[in-house]
Design a protein around this ligand. Structure first.
Ligand code: PHE
Length: 339
């Protein structure tokens, strides 16, 4: 009887200091078939019935206690190991949810279109949309571009297979649609995408954007054209920018002009971007040709008007100091983030 207590204590002490792998060994040492406590049961036969009862009960209690201790120890160690494991494998996810989120924003082309059209809106212009798929009539014929004009060369125009349709090469066909649909006075700008069958390089793209402008009414003069477009350029590039109107030719305007600004890169000294000329061409314009009014049954004795067209990409590049048009389309996130 006196033997069981120290054995149990000894077992419990060993258990206290045990690692996970020692637990089973300890259990076998005391409770296994030949374990120290199990062996004691074998000695019972030598005892009296009274002693058997008492001692047997004590051994059973000891067995139960030790079994419980073994299970508790196992649980305790596994819990601790799990906790350590979780601590070590912890991933700090807080940066993923940190404020402020980096937000997307409008593309530089869209921003530039907004900026440009906003100026015209502030001058009382409406904003309209044209169509990207056009017919020969709207893109050329109605704009006084005869059949043999080089602008119709298949080099420049994308014709749609199996139809009379083509991808508009400029936003000017929108002039025709607007005049067909409305009576003067007209004061409108039309931003949109245009297509030309050209190889892509630093200054060309097969698809780019233009903003068309059209003003028609009684007594609309070239002076108004000049005043409006000068004001536009100054609003966009600042009051200090130098600009000039240079005589030019377009089939759908007469007289025609092009507007140049002093090169924003070199300040007029001459550089790669302005091709050493010191000037950057930014738009085409002119008084609406009487033949164009004829196409839409407008009385050219009664009405006069002016039109203009400009490439958005060039403005986006000049305003932001970008010297290669391709970066506008590549959608490299490192570039997009800057604008
Ligand atoms: N459509 C011409 C172009 O693409 C620009 C232009 C528009 C010129 C309106 C005069 C008047 O080059």
């Amino acid at each position: 009887m006196s033997k069981i207590e120290p054995i149990l204590d000894e077992a419990l002490l060993k258990l206290q200091n045990a690692g996970l792998n020692d637990i089973e060994t300890i259990r076998i040492e005391y409770l296994g078939k030949k374990g120290k406590i199990t062996e004691m049961l074998k000695n019972l036969s030598e005892l009296s019935i009274e002693e058997k009862k008492q001692f047997g009960a004590e051994i059973n209690t000891a067995k139960t206690k030790l079994n419980e201790a073994v299970e508790n120890k196992k649980k305790e160690i596994t819990a601790r190991l799990l906790e350590e494991k979780m601590k070590n494998e912890k991933i700090d996810i807080s940066p993923a949810f940190a404020f402020p989120f980096s937000k997307g924003h409008k593309h530089i082309i869209t921003k530039t279109i907004r900026e440009m059209t906003d100026i015209f809106v502030s001058l009382g212009f409406d904003v309209a949309e044209g169509k990207e798929i056009e017919t020969d009539w709207y893109n050329f014929e109605a704009l006084n571009i005869p059949k043999d004009h080089p602008a119709r060369d298949t080099q420049d125009t994308f014709y749609l297979e199996g139809s009379q349709n083509l991808l508009r090469t400029h936003t000017s066909p929108a002039q025709i649609h607007i005049m067909e649909q409305t009576k003067p006075p007209i004061r409108v700008v039309v931003p949109g995408r245009v297509y030309r069958n050209e190889a892509t390089d630093a200054t060309h793209s097969a698809t780019f954007h233009q903003i068309e402008g059209l003003v028609v009414g009684e007594d609309i003069t070239f002076a108004e054209l000049k005043g409006t477009l000068s004001l536009f350029i100054h609003r966009l590039f600042g009051q200090e920018i130098d600009l000039r109107f240079r005589p030019s030719h377009f089939q759908f305007t007469e007289p025609s002009a092009e507007v140049d600004i002093k090169c924003v890169i070199c300040g007029g000294k001459g550089c790669r971007v302005c091709k050493q000329s010191g000037w950057l061409e930014v738009l085409g314009c002119g008084m609406v040709h009487p033949n164009v009014f004829k196409s839409v049954n407008y009385d050219s004795e009664k009405y006069t008007g002016y039109a203009f067209g400009m490439g958005v990409e060039r403005f986006a590049m000049f305003k932001n100091g970008i010297d290669d048009m391709r970066v506008l389309y590549e959608n490299d996130i490192r570039v997009l983030k800057q604008f």
